[in-house]
Write a protein that binds this ligand. Sequence first.
Ligand SMILES: [Zn+2]
Length: 111
Amino acid sequence: MGYKKVCLDCRKAFNRPINLEKENKSICPQCENPMTELYHLFQPPKQTEKKKWEVVKYLVENGFRYYHVWETINRNSKGEITSYQNYTKYPDNMNDAKEFVEKYQDQALKQ
Ligand SMILES: [Zn+2]
């Protein structure tokens, strides 16, 4: 468990233990921009895989930071959530990412 600090500009990911950081904001050692926190489902692409990083950036901008997203959320007639089914996979290409964002936008975390 835990999370990763990621610089979307340098396309780098850093493992950071939570307790050693006084503040949540970390600065990228390379470009000194603030890094983005992503959750444990995130698997960093290689630095050369620019297209995959674009997908990461797109998902993050749309509120998906690699926490679990559910394939199905069941609601009762009042609209209350009764159960969840199946984790869905995060996409790694832009076409799938656009579908993903549209399909699961009610699960996005807006800042
Ligand atoms: Zn950077």
